[in-house]
Design a protein around this ligand. Sequence first.
Ligand code: AMP
Ligand code: MG
Length: 467
Amino acid sequence: MRIPFDNSYAQLPSQMYTAQLPTPVKAPQMIVANADLAAILGIDPADLSAPDAAQVFAGNHIPDGAAPLAQVYAGHQFGNWNPQLGDGRAVLLGEVIDADGIRRDVQLKGSGPTPYSRSGDGRAWLGPVMREYLISEAMHAMGVPTTRALAAVTTGEDVYREERLPGAVIARVAQSHIRVGTFQFFASRGDTMALHALTDHVIARHYPQANGPAELLDLVIARYAKLIAKWMGLGFIHGVMNTDNVSIAGETIDYGPCAFIDGFHPDSVFSAIDQYGRYAYSNQPGIGAWNMAQFATALIPLMPDREAAIEEFTAAVHRMPALYEAEWLKVFGAKLGIANPVEDDRALITDLLDLMTKDGADFTNTFTSLSRDQFINRDAFDVWADRWHLRRPEDAENLMAQANPQIIPRNHRVEEVIVAGRNGDFAPFHALLAAVTSPYAPLTDETTHFARAPSKDEQVTRTFCGT
Ligand code: AMP
Ligand code: MG
């Protein structure tokens, strides 16, 4: 397999990473590969079905031009400072410049231990690999900035969590894997040289229009506000918005116990480790601003006048809620067919969300049908619908069809295909993947069941990191 590598992170100061080869595995086998994405990256899609493809994506065979390394970072995990993290079960194979001229990382996750593994085994089991593949590709199809999935393989080895489970590796692609936590690592150690190099790298790579750290901060905040608004519009809960899981490029990254809401409640939490609901649906915008405050703090050492920088950066972080609210209004306006929503439309949207909360109405299907059938209290919906009909433009239907996916990777469907995959049957995975990557297509006999809300006994209310 030829991958046209063009590596830049490996040229940065050496304290920013450790050269690290993946650890070979026993008997890799392809589960799935993404021909469309391969083509964008300049990889011949035909190479994906060649015998060595599984060897490459398992980390057994290192393609020419790769410079495998593990990146170091730190981060606030559930609000607690952790000074030492890093790629503990992943290696960056290298970067490619894609068909659009965008530099992209190709990373293997589940590829074995690194100096940053702490007590972990550096491996992943099949379940989270299948989850990340499905959900990241679904997010991409729904227009949400995200890391993407290039391939997934089983390793032919078992990993031990609470039980013995089949091991797997996912090859993922990102604009970069640089995180807020990457900045925090060097800032907290007083390594201003590395912090400068990192900042220059990020500006050149992701924000070439930025002139210095203050402008960088503004741009990152704007992208992140937009990203979170998109999550909210899909009923998506990331689940682990730790600063080490916040991409500087504004992409959704590190799919762990994430979930899509079925029956709506703003305080929904799925992650089994999120005991206090820090990362609940409704908390995501606030946590987003908290994360940007940490990023701002990490940039302070770059500024000549510390006091002035604190003032300037504080103001920048304080602008985030308004940016987010404006994006949120656009996102939910489109969901109701209103292309140019005004402040007065805010109440129309929040009143609908309140009705949905009272009745636990299915988030996705409420917006695709916008009919009284989704509600227990139908009279209350009718009163709301009268207001909406007055406001809704003639051509609302088109906009709504583009803003409201019919098919999302519902938690119970994802769990179902993981169970089948564990038993060696990947046909359900492929069927679900095809459905969630055409989320706006009219439903067919094959896809209708993916759009159905779970029945009471199908509901999945807990999701796990399960790394
Ligand atoms: P995450 O929960 O995915 O954000 O991971 C938090 C940190 O734990 C990261 O530094 C990971 O690299 C590390 N980590 C997670 N799982 C493992 C594992 N199985 N082995 C080694 N390190 C891990
Ligand atoms: Mg992470």
